[in-house]
Design a protein around this ligand. Structure first.
Ligand code: 3IO
Length: 358
């Protein structure tokens, strides 16, 4: 009998101990939940996920800046903004990103404005020869002009960023040393930069950069008119063993966001993105300028890439031949109700201030 009563009492004591243990466990659990809530990145439902579409290969500068931006906004938002990046046309390709962002197939998209002839009459100007010697300066001025003139062509979007590539050069599978060597040479370009090639009697073949590797491989083009970074990032130096430094125009880029997606963001996150924009545009310009120089050195070492400089007399000739493109742009600006010369004066003033500051 005594044995049975002992067993019952110890069973009750055990039950009490077990109850206490469960309570302590629950309390610790709740404490943990509160701690995690205080230490955002927190509960999954707080995180806003945005889809960011990009067209060129992941190695290229437009995608490098995308990853950098995603990382910075995740950090600065304490994990509340999560950017899902889609490089290399994995969500939308070069020709469909702009429409895709407007329709909400992507929240954010990186656009090379030159791929949309006629759609960006104001920013067509930034693909013409404006005398910039770096992406850093060209991008800073483009971004400043966007904010000052707020061109209607970008009104359907929230513009997050603006930057450009470095001044365009010619990389080719045939040796080049003068402007005359460009006559009839099929070169990959786009938008205003195709107009530049046409004025020097080259044969511009317009296509997005993402289609250039195949065109080069098939021999549809004999070279590329763009900045040096692609020699390495697309391995163009393998087929383009010759470079001609012409220091021509830049390709302007814009990073746009779907307006509804933007309006749905909490105000503090909107401010976070706006506050970071200047710094990021400058970072991108510096990155591509520096990377382009490294790409030339790499191409020389890896493929014996040969670099020549367009002679001064040809540079002057090229400037003369392309000058009418600026006049044509001014005429189009007048149709938009803009004083084109005033815009150009603004650009040149800011360009020279930046040059003087260096
Ligand atoms: C460019 C575009 C995609 C990837 C790398 C790049 N480097 C320079 C450019 C500019 C250009 O040629 C273009 O088509 O936007």
């Amino acid at each position: 009998m005594w044995a049975v009563s002992f067993m019952v009492s110890s069973f009750r004591r055990g039950k009490r101990i077990r109850k206490g243990f469960i309570r302590a466990l629950a309390a610790t659990g709740w404490a943990l939940v509160f701690c995690l809530a205080a230490l955002r990145p927190a509960l999954a439902e707080d995180v806003i996920r945005l889809r960011y579409a990009n067209f060129p290969a992941a190695t290229t500068f437009p995608c490098v800046q995308m990853e950098k931006w995603a990382e910075v906004v995740r950090e600065r938002s304490g994990g509340r903004l999560e950017i899902e990046t889609y490089p290399g046309g994995t969500l939308l390709d070069a020709r469909s990103i702009l429409r895709g962002v407007a329709r909400g197939q992507a929240d954010i998209g990186c656009i090379s404005l030159s791929y949309h002839p006629g759609s960006f009459p104001f920013f067509d100007l930034f693909g013409l020869p404006l005398g910039f010697d770096s992406a850093r300066d060209a991008g800073e001025v483009a971004w400043a002009m966007y904010r000052k003139y707020q061109p209607k062509e970008l009104a359907p979007y929230k513009v997050l960023l603006m930057f450009t590539c470095s001044p365009s050069q010619i990389m080719s599978s045939v040796p080049l040393s003068s402007l005359d060597d460009l006559r009839g040479l099929p070169l990959r370009a786009a938008g205003s930069l195709s107009d530049v090639i046409a004025t020097v009697d080259g044969q511009a073949v317009s296509m997005p950069m993402s289609e250039a590797p195949e065109a080069l491989q098939k021999g549809v083009v004999k070279g590329v008119f763009s900045s040096w970074d692609v020699l390495k990032d697309y391995n163009f130096a393998e087929s383009c063993r010759y470079g001609l430094t012409v220091d021509s125009s830049v390709y302007p880029f814009v990073v746009v966001m779907n307006k509804k997606a933007w309006d749905a963001l909490p105000a503090d996150l909107q401010h976070l993105l706006d506050d970071y924009a200047d710094e990021h545009c400058r970072w991108t310009g510096d990155y591509v300028d520096d990377w382009g120089r490294q790409a030339v050195a790499w191409s020389e070492q890896t493929y014996g890439f040969e670099l020549r400089n367009l002679p001064d007399s040809d540079r002057a000739r090229m400037a003369g031949l392309t000058a009418p493109l600026l006049e044509q742009w001014k005429a189009k600006a007048a149709d938009l109700g803009l004083d084109g010369q005033a815009v150009l004066d603004d650009i040149f003033r800011m360009r020279d201030e930046l040059k003087a500051g260096r």
